[in-house]
Ligand binder design. Sequence first.
Ligand code: F6R
Length: 241
Amino acid sequence: MDIKIFDHQQDLDTYAAELFVRLVNEKPEAVLGLATGSTPIGIYDKIIELHRQQDVSFQAVTTFNLDEYVGVSPDNEQSYAYYMQKNLFSHIDIPAGNTHLPDGMAENIDAECARYEEQLQAQPVDMQLLGLGHNGHIGFNEPDVHLSGGTHAVKLSKETREANARFFASLEEVPRYAVTMGVGSILKAKTVVLAVRGADKAKIVKDALTGPITTEVPASLLQTHANVVVLLDREAGRMLD
Ligand code: F6R
């Protein structure tokens, strides 16, 4: 793993954005795996800035998001589809048809998972952005005795619902289910970029990067991937040697 620790958040965001922009400039039809949550916002801001400076065009790029809540429609501002429009897609020149998120409103969620996984297999991800949950989750792959390989529906853990409650009016409103790429889908990306910020993630960063590889810490499976770039701020990296 290539681990980089940054003193300033802005430098982490710029470094991550430049990784994606460089890839798109080298390979205009690149397939990007994207994440939501608080960590990517500064990275997306920087990508937008680089796009405005005409450093990059996304016209031929395809994107796949990691996950989406079940039962939350794309025009609801809590949905990840809405988040992506607001924080990235509406500010760059990517055609709407090139952006993919699981459809959390699908009548048959299992069929939707199979459809999404099929699309992913047809267009393998070149570079996947990930954040890290406090419990070691990546996407919505929660700690468990076993993990699913492909895209699947999950019941969100209490801890994850509590962590995400900050985006909702109350904990009750946080959806109970989501669709997520599986750890197997994530590990198929040619390059994985894991970005983590904050002292509250220092322990899970240490466990994920240096602890045993275990389904109880889903991010620890990234240790099996040959090409992972880990970007940490000082606080998130403070328990590493
Ligand atoms: C988001 C996702 C999650 C988040 C993780 C960290 O699409 O899949 O795994 O990356 O929960 O979230 P933040 O960045 O809000 O701390």
